[in-house]
Design a protein around this ligand. Structure first.
Ligand code: GLA
Length: 734
């Protein structure tokens, strides 16, 4: 047991123990207060034992008065229970808002009223036990506050201490409560294949906005992230913003409810759609974590805080993760047509321009020649690689790069040895059609044999081959989500168990092969969330590699996810997506705003293109720690048909700002809008330098942070699909 553990079994016995961490319990007022970063969160136990949110926002002074729990009036049509800001509420009494937990008992009772039982505080983690007023249904509410950012992770463990099984019909991790206000703005991200991360912004009104995936996976239709700003601030960097993200890669739901009195509650967890979880005596169910944060630095500040949290507290090896290497990927160059000689030739060319990781995409295994066959048969295709993968991997190593491989472990083509041997391994309802997507079916990872198979072939692949990186793909969503082999009352648990097994496999593989890095890909960005990011080092946001479209996709992505986890490739022009032609420099600059990859067919490049690529990659390596680890400022938005867009990344030490500016097309002779960098040291002296593109001769070579931030920078980009990269570097005081 660690030092500093306070265990209180009854509120009456609660003592004010020495409190040094970010969590304080006031036993007289029965309130819990958490302070970290620039955030304070206060909750309290009401007289009847109900847990209420009392404050969430800007950090308060320790001597500031603490609000007290209270029960409000309501009416015969709206009982007090419906207007109380509950931390976690059971469906019981007269509750009409979204409950956190809804249970069906075997005797027909469905009423559940959860009251405070006890709590423990251990360093940054507060666990509050609540229990039904009559039955032994106990829920641990777990709060873990990140000391640096104040991002709070909340989850619930639901435990059956009764003598009979009961069914959980709805289980949400937590509710975030915001006080009454009539000018809240909601942001969220929607999309589809090749058009992910569309930013939606709308005023909140009384009613309910449901963000959801029923797809078995995170999905790209909506991403499990939200932000709510008080007042529609015209700029990115002022205003109060509350945000949240659900760490779950299965079906999920986030409900944003605003009541008629303008109070807001945001409740997130498993989607109740087609959900049922049977809990036997002694068993428990853990919800996903629902993270929440607050920034008074506007939506820009909220994104930066979340980025920092992701890089320092979520992704594997945080906070000391490695920078993303420059990679080459074969997909757009060779498609399924991979073989030893062809890949070696590409590898040689990739190495010559400074690529650090060579990744062979789809096509290397089973009888894979297109997307109709082979998924599930994870042996090296003997026609394409008669000597196995070793010669190619050795060659890649000789060229000074590490080697990566594409896999899609959770899927099977009906035309595969695996499916012929185990047709019962896929999600299905017996006797019903099995809907194919991209000619494939979804393996039921909830099954222990499927889990063992998937772990087994991946472990073997990584043991037998010197592989440094897996691109882990997932190219369809679920259909007919049956699990006929499970007892009837457990069949819907497939939604939970399949995702848990995915996480378990990832965790076990990482533990056994600690040098292997993993990218989460799902036909693009359909599996990007804080759950999968605990086990993967980077994500692929979109199959759309058009460098202009990417500006908007990457902009949306950046609202929730750090540029340091985002991969972006330079591919061929004209691009397949829109048949748009752009210069190689433009394509590079678009992709250099995250982890840089090259996905072009190098066999077709001219010597000039190789020379350009070599220069651009060298420049990228100069600025990549700032881009991947720095603070992102979205200076000019590419949204709403904007002709211009500018991002700035400020290095962690504040000494270097890297700015990317893009122009769609000059019109009517209008000049490029002035650029106002942010976050610089006002009194510090910064010199300006163009890494790609020409700086206007009227721009001074150096000036104060104040000058650059307030006078601004006039650049003279003109033409169509133009871009430039420049830096501001702090000059040492003499
Ligand atoms: C998905 C991925 C692509 C590529 C193909 C291979 O669509 O998003 O990048 O790997 O699969 O089949």
């Amino acid at each position: 047991m660690s030092v500093g553990l306070i265990s209180v079994t009854s509120p009456l016995k609660a003592a004010t123990a020495p409190q040094s961490g970010p969590i304080r319990y006031d036993s007289a007022a029965r309130t819990f207060r958490m302070d970290a970063g620039d955030v304070t969160y206060i909750l309290g136990v009401a007289e009847d034992g109900d847990l209420q949110t009392l404050y969430w926002g800007k950090r308060l002074r320790i001597q500031d008065p603490s609000p007290a729990p209270r029960t409000e009036g309501g009416s015969g049509f709206e009982l007090p229970i419906d207007v109380t800001p509950h931390e976690f509420v059971g469906w019981g009494g007269g509750l009409y808002v979204v409950p956190n937990l809804k249970v069906s008992f075997p005797d027909g009772n469905r009423d559940l009223v959860l009251h405070y039982l006890s709590h423990t505080i251990r360093e940054n983690t507060l666990t509050i036990k609540v229990k039904d007023i009559e039955r032994d249904v106990v829920v641990d509410l777990i709060y873990e506050m990140d000391p640096a950012t104040g991002v709070l992770a909340r989850s619930a463990r639901i435990e059956n201490r009764t003598k009979e099984a009961f069914t959980i019909e709805e289980a949400f991790a937590a509710t975030w409560n915001l006080p009454s206000s009539s000018d809240y703005q909601l942001r969220y991200l929607t999309g589809r294949w090749a058009s992910e991360f569309n930013l939606q912004e709308q005023a909140l009104h009384p009613g309910k906005v449901v963000l959801e995936s029923r797809r078995g996976s995170t999905g790209d239709e909506v991403n499990p992230w939200f932000a709510i700003e008080r007042g529609a601030q015209p700029d990115q960097d002022t205003g109060d913003v509350w945000f949240g993200a659900l760490a779950w890669s299965g079906s999920w739901q986030i409900n944003v409810e605003q009541n008629a009195a303008n109070r807001v509650r945001v409740t997130g967890g498993f989607t109740p759609f087609d959900f049922a979880y049977s809990l036997k005596p002694g068993q428990s169910l853990d919800t996903p974590k629902f993270y929440g944060g607050y920034s008074d630095g506007g939506i820009g500040g909220a994104s930066r805080l979340l980025h920092r949290f992701e890089l320092d507290a979520v992704v594997p090896q945080s906070p000391n993760r490695k920078l993303r290497p420059v990679l080459y990927n074969s997909w757009e160059a060779t498609g399924f047509d991979v073989n030893e000689a062809g890949q070696e030739a590409l590898a040689e060319k990739a190495a010559s321009i400074g690529v650090e990781r060579f990744v062979m995409d789809d096509g290397w295994f089973g009888k894979r020649k297109d997307d109709h066959a082979g998924l599930g048969d994870w042996y090296v295709n003997p026609q394409k690689f008669p000597n196995g993968l070793k010669p190619l991997i050795d060659k890649v190593h000789t060229l000074g790069m590490d080697f990566g491989l594409w896999v899609e472990p959770e899927m099977v083509n009906p035309d595969s040895d695996l499916y012929r041997a185990h047709p019962d391994w896929v999600l299905n309802f017996p006797g019903r059609p099995r809907t194919e997507g991209r000619n494939q079916l979804v393996l039921n990872l909830a099954r222990p044999d499927v889990r063992a198979y998937v772990y087994g072939f991946l472990d073997k692949l990584l043991t037998e081959n010197d592989v440094a990186f897996l691109k882990w793909d997932y190219n369809r969503n679920w259909s007919e989500p049956g699990w006929p082999a499970a007892p009837l009352e457990q069949q819907k648990q497939v939604y939970v168990e399949a995702v848990r097994n995915l996480y378990n496999i990832l965790a076990e593989l990482r533990a056994k092969h600690p040098k292997v890095e993993i990218e989460s890909c799902s036909g693009g960005g359909a599996r990007v969330d804080l759950g999968v990011l605990r086990y993967t080092d980077e994500v692929w946001p979109s199959d759309n590699t058009d460098p202009f479209d990417r500006l908007r996709i990457q902009n949306g992505f950046s609202y929730a996810y750090a540029p340091g986890v985002m991969m972006a490739w330079v591919t061929d022009s004209p691009n397949w997506m829109n048949n748009r032609s752009t210069s190689l420099e433009y394509r590079f600059l678009s992709s250099m705003q995250g982890g840089l990859g090259i996905g072009a067919n190098l066999n077709k490049w001219t010597p000039e293109e190789f020379a350009t690529a070599k220069t651009m990659i060298a420049q990228y390596k100069r600025v990549r720690s700032t881009v991947q680890e720095g603070a992102l400022y979205r200076l000019i938005s590419p949204e709403n048909g904007s002709e211009h867009s500018v991002t700035e990344s400020l290095s962690k030490d504040g000494r270097e700002a890297t700015l990317f500016a893009f122009l769609h097309s000059s019109q009517l002779g209008e000049s490029y809008p002035r650029i106002y960098p942010r976050g610089l040291d006002e009194a510090g002296e910064y010199s300006i330098r163009a890494l790609d593109g020409q700086l206007d001769s009227r721009i001074p070579q150096h000036a104060s942070g104040d000058y650059w931030m307030h006078h601004g920078i006039e650049i003279s980009l003109r033409g169509d699909f133009q871009a430039m990269l420049f830096t501001l570097e702090k000059v040492e005081a003499k």
